[in-house]
Design a protein around this ligand. Sequence first.
Ligand code: ADP
Ligand code: ZN
Length: 616
Amino acid sequence: MVSNPAPADSSADGGLNRAFAVLRDTFGLNQFRPHQGEVIHTLINGGDAIAIMPTGGGKSLCYQIPSIVRKGTGVVISPLIALMKDQVDALRQYGVKAASLNSGMTYYDRRRVESRLIAGDLDVLYLAPEGLLAEPMLALLEKIPLALFAIDEAHCVSRWGHDFRPEYLRLSILGERFAGVPRVALTATADEMTRREIATQLNLRGADEHVAGFDRPNIRYMISETAGAKQALLDFLNEKHRGDSGIVYCLSRRNVDEAAKWFRAKGLRAVPYHAGLAKADRDRHHNMFVNEEGVIVVATVAFGMGIDKPDVRFVAHLSLPKTIESYYQETGRAGRDGLPASAWMSYGLQDVTMLIQMLESSEADEEFKRVERSKINALLGMCESADCRRVTILGYFGESYEGPCGNCDNCLESPETWDGTVVTQKALSCVQQTRQMFGVSYLVDVLLGKSTDRIKRFGHHRLKVYGAGLELGASEWRTVIRQLTAMRLLDPDPDGFGGLRLTDKGRAQLQAGETVLLRKLRRKKVTKPAPRVSSAAPLTDTVDQALFDALRKLRLGLARAQNVPPYVIFHDMTLMEMARKRPRDAATMAAIAGVGPVKVSRYGEEFLKVIREYGT
Ligand code: ADP
Ligand code: ZN
């Protein structure tokens, strides 16, 4: 067995100074994000690490910097080819020697990368797991010095997760065949079970674990229950996210197609994405989203992992996600660049009924259903809660967060509650008296005393509750019943067709008549206007805004010419700082976060020229 670990760093500070120099001189950044320094320190010194950091937390630098600092090539294992290309493009822009090898390449291209690898001309090499595990590749890697192995999206080892990749299980051999080469596993999946699986399956039991806080302070959470979700979203986007790019999640392919068409008709640059589209269309829409600005992808959850675009300004849900985990993962794709971003969601009662019904009618065993049921309850609880969203979400992940956050709908507009004891009794009685067979619409008709044929046919116009609910309108009753369902006083009949029945808790409530506080879902208009959330928020000056737009235009042209995404040239954050500080020369330009010497020499002059035209 041959293996060539590069020697550990023997300098007094454990290599951190050199890491810092790379951060500054190569990436043009001034300080490490939480845990980056620690992970990098461990790796530079030859140790293994597990890094759990939220999306946008800065996982890439954790392995890129040690790959550059240590002797030999850093091998990064990633499940997504599209993502590798972006990473390689971005690294090359910084002047880092990076390449990827994948099955889609021509023989000639592969050979060229392999010779660079053998010649020691690569700092970072990206590989898919199956590419790495092929025997010739393993044999090749054994002959050259390796800086480290980085296993990205390490939660793919988990058999219980949705991203399970069987090849990931075989990555445990790296520890044996390449003894002494430091390894790091990285993921944004937080739960304890996944973390343990990563440590055992990847043979990383002795690794340093770094778990970063899961808060995403720049994301504003907004959740509402509405009937016309699309229109509500359109209003929201027109008000807060004009020209921004974002993702809109829908439940089904049909919903996706309809919504994309509808938003396009309303003047947005919206394109659909789901597994039912031809691959060419999917690729085209994906590329538009990444390479152009202001594109909105309307998608099923098929569009997700591997979306590494840092300037996604909003993620919207037009229906409920499956669990809080999926909600957090999906919304986490917004605002990786740290600038303000929105997580907007609106759902209807039928979503809730459907989620529960799908579960109850599935073939799964009772144990599985219990787990899933509690997950749905947690999700509904979060939606219905009048508390700070961040407190609820982070609490769910076991993180105690001192709220209120001041950056979620409940904090900004503090929801009102009202004493819903009487209406609760009426709604529950209505369910009981109609024999627990009917869905929301019918129940509401009975409460409102509507004279429909159906009601007459069942003789329900003779019930005590018939017409007993005139104090509320139809949509308010829907909301009430929705909340009672979320509170599990009612639940959908698993064998029925959308009928609601009383739970044990519901029956107890009907007898005891305890005080029930319901949330008022119809918000009062906020008196002070909520701050604009768009990326342009920090630019108050109109000159700055015009300059920022001009810089963006220049960036887009440069990106197109090289066929790379605009953010690979400079991030919005960097352009914004340019617009604000208006550097006059290469030296002041280089001091702007995210620039760095390589980019100054590549693009400095062109950007300076645009800035000069705007004067001071
Ligand atoms: P992750 O993989 O954890 O989702 P990335 O590695 O893609 O996150 O980084 C997210 C964003 O944060 C990137 O745009 C990156 O340039 C930026 N970033 C990472 N580390 C730093 C830092 N120390 N200072 C400033 N920006 C950073
Ligand atoms: Zn809050």
